[in-house]
Design a binder for this molecule. Structure first.
Ligand SMILES: [Zn+2]
Length: 244
């Protein structure tokens, strides 16, 4: 199972909501693209399902990890110009499932933010790269977000208590998936690479041990660019799906 070829992205996008499982997911996969969106005047906000409490590579006391990683994600967001960063409560790193409860909370978030576009992780596993992109939390968040976009967020009869609270039905027109198999929509991030790198370096607990981060990223993003027709450039790549 894979994605169909990407749709042509909508041109009149005003708001984007980025939904990911862990602090740093959006930055590894998409910070250069997010920086471009911010430059274009698009209002971008982040919603994190967990605080990445199972992450880290050193002897930081484990109980400090959630607050530390929340602060790191806020600093990383600031590096690409994103001001709104929210976290769900009650989800633990490593045990996220596409539950009805998660879906419902994502519906509320969508109705609050009213995004034209959602960026999230792929619900499809990359069998050629289990470590990293195919973390089960990523797959679960991609699946729950997709189910929140359709049908619940746009169905006025789903969760009537939301409408009563002023969270009216909202149709997200487009989903961008990061980290999935065979992404075919490239975004040239050569000009925003420095901001992506700054965002990733803000995740000190995750990246301080990666002494080759800069060159490792350049190599990966140059390879992606080359394979998608942008030789000599750096690119992030996605699958774009229309939902209407
Ligand atoms: Zn992750």
């Amino acid at each position: 199972m894979s994605f169909p070829p990407s749709a042509t992205p909508c041109q009149d996008v005003q708001r984007v909501l980025c939904v990911f499982a862990h602090p740093d997911d959006v930055d590894f996969g998409a910070a250069g693209t997010v920086a471009h969106w911010v430059d274009q005047g698009i209002e971008v906000s982040y919603l994190l399902v967990t605080r990445g409490d199972a992450g880290g590579f050193d002897d930081t006391p484990r109980e400090r990890m959630p607050a530390l990683r929340e602060a790191e994600q806020r600093a990383a967001a600031a590096a690409v110009g994103v001001k709104q960063v929210d976290f769900l409560e009650g989800y633990a790193d490593g045990s996220v499932t596409p539950s009805l409860q998660l879906r419902k909370e994502l519906v509320a978030a969508i109705r609050r933010a009213r995004p034209d576009r959602i960026l999230t992780s792929s619900p499809l596993r990359r069998w050629d790269r289990i470590a990293g992109p195919s973390h089960p939390d990523h797959l679960a968040v991609g699946e729950a977000t997709t189910c929140a976009v359709y049908p619940d967020a746009r169905n006025q009869f789903a969760h009537p208590e939301f409408a009563a609270a002023g969270l009216d039905a909202w149709t997200v027109r487009e989903i961008w998936y990061a980290g999935g198999p065979d992404p075919d929509h490239a975004v040239d991030i050569t000009d925003t690479f420095d901001r992506k790198l700054a965002a990733l370096r803000a995740h000190v607990s995750q990246t301080a041990h990666l002494t080759e981060l800069d060159s490792m990223l350049r190599e990966r993003l140059a390879g992606l660019a080359e394979s998608l027709g942008l030789p000599g450039r750096l690119a992030e790549a996605f699958t774009v799906v229309h939902t209407e």
